[in-house]
Design a protein around this ligand. Sequence first.
Ligand code: ADP
Ligand code: MG
Length: 525
Amino acid sequence: MTNNDSQNYMMPEGSQRNNGRNAQRMNILAAKLVAEAIRTTLGPKGMDKMLVDSLGEVIVTNDGVTILREMDVEHPAAKMIIEVAKTQEEEVGDGTTTAVILAGELLKKAEELLDKKIHPTVISKGYKLAAIKAIEILNKISEDVDETSLRKICETAMTGKGSEDAKEHLSKIILEAVKLIDKNEDPRETIFIEKKTGASISESKLIKGIILDKEKTHGSMPKTIQNAKIALIESPIEIKSTETDSKISITDPERIQQFLDMEEKMIKNIVLKIISSGANVVICQKGIDELAQHYLQKAGIYACRRVKKSDMSKLSKATGAKSVTDIQEITKEDLGEAGLVHEVKVGEDFMTYIENCQTSKLSTILVRGSTSHIVDEAGRAIEDALGDLTATLKNNKVVAGAAATEMILSKSLAEYSEELSGREQLAVKAYSESLEIIPKTLAENAGLDPIDVLTELKANQSKIKWAGIDVYTGKVIDSWKEGIIEPLNVKTQAITSSTDVANMILRIDDVILAETNKESKNIDE
Ligand code: ADP
Ligand code: MG
């Protein structure tokens, strides 16, 4: 019996095992396939993907992480690559496609080294050295941010997305929003996006507050409330329906009237409680009974019902209101404040704007577009831009894009590899070459010849610090002067996460798959 056989005896029946060279190659192949699948979306001339999920829902997007999230992959190594995109998205909010493509290329180059009988741990050590060096170089070449570069960062983030035509308008809005919030606040937690179809993207705008996709519940309620005192109520403002709870049979007509009167009185009492707290705006997470609406309206209160839980917590943060579950307990102290609450007609619908909030300067970008696909994709582009701004504001450092940064890294790492000896040198060299996948892919996606572009870039590197590629003409440009600017953090994160996952996959030499669907099989039997 071989060693392997004896090991397999220890595994439960039905599990599968793939080890040694075989496991490694299968993992690398799976990772490369994922990278290949999203390569065509990179950069301003990248194409969009149409994703159709199992329920027939359609998403049209150019956003790497969105595509990967929707892809239904089974292979464990492919899943690890998708994790890279998610980490990249969470940490810095952009550069997901870049990170995945780079990881795929690092593995492809590693495969060539494996063919030359270089041990995976040596490759992985070389890759680690290269990544450390790359981050050192990135810090050295990065530039300080200023007002113009902040705007350019937004525009670069939105280049190549469906909303590209409106990128200047949207960037202006985004920067305005960022200026409103405190320096130490995360733009992604203080600037919200609300989407509404029925107008062009250029009609998108910034609201200094929160937008609820809700109208007031009753036509006779006031349309506008100045100096709003806002009650946030989590429980329904109604008497629990007797139908769903318990059945009581009343046969005597007089008793029925008594019962109805009692219900009316209870509702009235609840509303009186709210009124006596001093609230003039009621935001309820659940339903509001018709009778309650009537009493609220009579008291001149503006009310919305069935408001999303996430909106409730935004409102609480913005206005300082405390959510109330037991209306009997509501007091003045629970109320939040806002300068203005009003109902606004947006397209065909009415929305509620809560502006000039007291506690926190939250704002909302109202994204418009002619169809829901356009609005959704514009929303994702704005999220990317917000992510890039967040990443930039962490250290105020930026680099230039259009492959300029990757080319500098590639060149410097090639030089660095000369200082090393033996097999590690080969691994660092392979890392340096892997970075060329970014200019190559940008060129290919623009219908340009990748080899020509690469040669041109290399020839100009000594003359222009940020030599990048103009994807529209194929010529070399000064990416900095052209305003193609990206956060330093996006690039450092892409290096770190792609290196980590490539190394992790390289070091696996055994894949043990437990038998899946065991239960369903039993049911079939
Ligand atoms: P990611 O998910 O990696 O952010 P994108 O599709 O957003 O992928 O593409 C980002 C890449 O496109 C970066 O390498 C960036 O430098 C490049 N890029 C952005 N704008 C331009 C431009 N105007 N010309 C050339 N390259 C650009
Ligand atoms: Mg991007």
